[in-house]
Structure formats: C-alpha cells, structure tokens
Design a protein around this ligand. Structure first.
Ligand code: NCD
Length: 353
C-alpha cells in the first residue's frame, strides 16, 4: 500500500503531477465530483486543527465521499487507554483512507506499519507535516512561477515547527534554492537536521536574527508560530513567544514579487496590516492545501495496490532517546532503525541513536 508519511517519499516528478492535478481540479472541479463516491475517509486528530482536518474533510466531500472520525482524544477510546495501534487496526477496517494527526513524533509511521488502508500523516509532533508542504509548494509555484532558484527566508520556530521541516526537505531537492534561517538561538534547526538536510547535500543556508536585515533578498518569506505546545519549559515560551512580529514597515524594502507564506494559525507573528498588501499569500495557501489534498487522495487510492517501498527498516536493539518519539510512549511499537545519509536513526522520529 502507498502511504504519505514524509514528503521525501514523493519524487519531484510525483510532486509535479500532484500540482498539475490540483490545478485541473481548481479549473474543472465537476470532473472530480464523483471520484470518491461510496468511499470513506477517516480523520483521526489526536491534536487540535482547523485547516488541516477541515480541508481533508472538504476535499473528500467535494469528491462525493463520506467522512468519519474524531478530533480529540477525549471522545475516542484513547481516553480509556486504547493503544494507537489498536485504534488504527480498527479504523482501517471501516475506512478506505485515513488522515491522522498525533502529538508523538513517528506516530503516523507506526500507524502505517499496522494499517490495512493508506495513512496520510497530517502532522506528527514536531517531526513533519507533508501535506502542509503540498499546500506550500503549489502556492510558491503559482505565485512565483517556479520552485527553484529561490531565496527563502524561514522565520520563527524552526526547532519544533514540523511544517518548516517538511518544507525545507522538499525545497532542498530543487536546484539553487538558498535558505535564510531566522529564529532565536533556542529555536533554531537542530544540528542533526542541518547535517542531514543541508550539509550532507551541499545546500546553501545562512542564519540571521532579524527579518529586516535580509528582507530585500527574499523571494519567499515563510513565517511560523512559536509552537507553545512543544515546549518543556513554559518560562522559555513566555520569553520567546513574541520574538517576531512582522508588519508592513518591515517589508518596505522587499522585492515587489516577494510572497509571505504561513501555515497558520498565526498568533502575533504577522500583523493583520500585512494581510491586504501584495505580498500576503497565506490565505491562498489555505485553498491550495485543499486542492493538493484532493490530488493526493486521488493518487493514493489509485495506487492502493502498489507496494510501499520506503519501509526500508531494520530491527534494532538500540533504544530511541527522544522522549517525544512514539516508540517510547505507545504500546506494541517495535524498535526499528533506518539509515539517512549513512547515519543510523530511529525509523519513527529520525533522531540519531
Ligand atoms: C501547522 C501545524 O499544525 O503544524 N498548522 C497547520 O497544519 N496548518 C502550523 C502550526 O500549528 O503552527
């Protein structure tokens, strides 16, 4: 079966095809109006969501399908102590496809190993968020006409921001993209991530502390929320929560073609005075997200009989040291490792052992 757990599972060619389908859906929606008739999508959200869950549901309903699911852990059997794996084994009997969000890193991968239908990762803790990246790349493509030769400022919580992790992974595979990483030192990308994604692949990046310093070089400015729910130290969150507040004055030297993206929800990191200006593209991202989720669902259900080749994992005696990893909190999740750029990492959260 084909799942979508991590954006790197899709080749550039597959990303291009998904974008073509999404644009076709936008222009000729009627062609797709019955594509999911008689099918069921389950949305299993163990963490809050507005856009991601509702866009999956709207996407499926627009194609004539039906939706079941839950949007918190209180109303499902998780509250009675049911394991994630048992929930997945059950729901995958009812549904043709599952979109799930969980607070543990690697939860979607653990689910995929135990599911009898395709799993789409709608966010696993601070790890990754591949369908947000689908929304982002279609927006960048539509707004700038390309996905290569871009200077991309990425600002905010780069440590815990899963949307950032997946976006950088995807855009690193296109030619001549350069990243400017803007965050407080406490919330920068981890050394492990920088090594795996930038250093080992010779990707150009620099770090800086302020948006204004580099704003004239950006083609894209990707703003993110400081991820309060991931902090172990509440005082640190309070200290860092207002690190960036983008407003119209700060972008007065930007290229006219520069676009600002944000996965949303925003808290205070973009002043609403930016919303109606020519640079704001974050509400266009919302629409593109739904279109790309429609394209993805169509594709995964078409490929239902294809074997998923990315389960390139090995048993290991080693214990993952990441206390936010699914292997350390959920029952019946076996230890597995895999190799990334020659390093042995946990197969679920991809942290080094
Ligand atoms: C993002 C997420 O959940 O990671 N939101 C989304 O899916 N659109 C970003 C965030 O919550 O800050």
């Amino acid at each position: 079966m084909r799942h979508l757990i991590d954006i790197t599972e899709l080749t550039i060619n597959e990303l291009e095809k998904l974008m073509e389908t999404a644009i076709d859906i936008d222009e000729h929606g009627e062609k797709y109006a019955h594509a999911m008739e008689g099918k069921i999508l389950a949305t299993l959200f163990f963490e809050p969501s507005t856009r991601t869950r509702l866009s999956f549901e709207a996407a499926f309903i627009k194609m004539g399908g039906n939706v079941i699911g839950f949007d918190n852990t209180i109303s499902s059997s998780t509250a009675k102590g049911e394991s994630l794996i048992d929930t997945i084994k059950t729901v995958s009997i009812y549904a043709d496809i599952i979109a799930m969000r969980h607070f543990l890193e690697g939860a979607a991968f653990a689910a995929a190993l135990n599911s009898s239908c395709p799993i789409i990762n709608a966010g696993d803790g601070g790890h990754c968020h591949p369908t947000q990246t689908l929304a982002d790349i279609l927006t960048i493509k539509r707004e700038t006409g390309r996905l290569d030769n871009l200077t991309i400022g990425v600002c905010g919580d780069l440590k815990y921001g899963r949307a950032v992790h997946s976006l950088i992974n995807a855009l690193s595979r296109y030619k001549n993209n350069k990243f400017i990483l803007i965050s407080p030192p406490e919330l920068t990308l981890t050394d492990n991530y920088v090594k795996q994604v930038f250093d080992d692949n010779g990707i150009c990046y620099e770090r800086c502390n302020s948006i204004e310093e580099k704003v004239n070089s950006f083609d894209i400015l990707y703003m993110t929320r400081i991820q309060r729910e991931r902090f172990d130290d509440a005082a640190m969150y309070e200290r860092l929560k207002n690190s960036f507040e983008l407003n119209v004055d700060m972008i007065k030297n930007a290229k006219p073609t520069m676009r600002i993206l944000h996965p949303l929800p925003r808290v205070t990191e973009i002043n609403t005075n930016v919303d109606n200006g020519p640079h704001a593209a974050y509400f266009k991202q919302v629409k593109n997200g739904m279109l790309m989720r429609m394209a993805l669902i169509l594709d995964l259900l078409k490929q239902k009989d294809n074997y998923y080749e990315n389960f390139n994992i090995l048993d290991t005696e080693k214990k993952c040291q990441n206390n936010k990893c699914v292997v350390n909190s959920e029952r019946n999740v076996n230890n597995y490792q895999k190799k990334i750029e020659g390093q042995n990492v946990c197969a679920y959260c991809e942290k080094e052992f």
